[in-house]
Design a binder for this molecule. Sequence first.
Ligand code: NAP
Length: 276
Amino acid sequence: MSSVPVAVVTGSNKGIGFAIVRALCKQFPGDVYLTARDPGRGQEAVSKLQEEGLRALFHQLDIDDLQSIRALRDFLKEKYGGLNVLVNNAGIAFKVHDTTPFAVQAEVTLKTNFFGTRNVCTELLPLVKPYGRVVNVSSMVSSSALGGCSRELQQKFCSNTITEDELVELMTKFVEDTKKGVHEKEGWPNTAYGVSKIGVTVLSRIQARMLNEKRKGDHILLNACCPGWVRTDMAGPKATKSPDEGAETPVYLALLPSDADGPHGQFLSNKTVRTW
Ligand code: NAP
């Protein structure tokens, strides 16, 4: 078994994830895994980094596929006995003018951004070694979407005692409410992406609390962040940040030094803790 530190970035064949891998290859003292659902796109991205003189390793990972997540889990367990850095970056967003029915957009978006990310956490968090760092890439849109929720939902999402099961129930209810056409009446904002990212931010707060309760002595730091508005296929060419600039906050959180005792359980943008 290798004692080399290991970092894994989900959805990293392009965009911000790719830039996070590039930065980690330069700064992380260990093996860096670029992962992608499509091995062809993943290997191509690894080759691109190789041309820049950087060495990333590849492993397949589709966060919508539990078998794929478990295959990565078993690989990490066997080869490294766990992992040191996990960046949950993979995500999707429908374009603003997409005419796909809202209920379908809600189901598809929540499936990857919330349920997929949660499944990765369920399988990989137990493997995170002491002094490990976990970064969940959320969005400022989670904050604005929270503002668009009913007072009752806001209270639930800001609660310091909400459980993961309760959060899953709420995310499931959102999808069901969109299918029944009652989501606005039920207090939800009109953004599937926004609700999915509320899920990611709140999940991060819950997971950090659980780490405090169950693995306090392990000094693991887990946070959610917004990369900013970044020029990728998701956000388009008018966005203000380059992918490398978008990677800065996630990479900062992934590389928090071993003597840092925070941030933990926070939501950050531009390397600054934001109130939730
Ligand atoms: P992007 O260029 O569209 O890249 C998204 C990445 O996620 C791609 O590698 C994509 O793979 C991968 N992915 C999607 N579904 C996946 C799945 N089921 N399993 C594994 N990988 C999957 O988007 P981006 O702008 O870099 O976004 C990265 C993260 O930042 C997302 O979580 C996004 O919500 C967040 N974010 C972005 C912005 C922004 O302005 N760009 C702002 C706030 C937050 P394929 O190539 O196979 O599709």
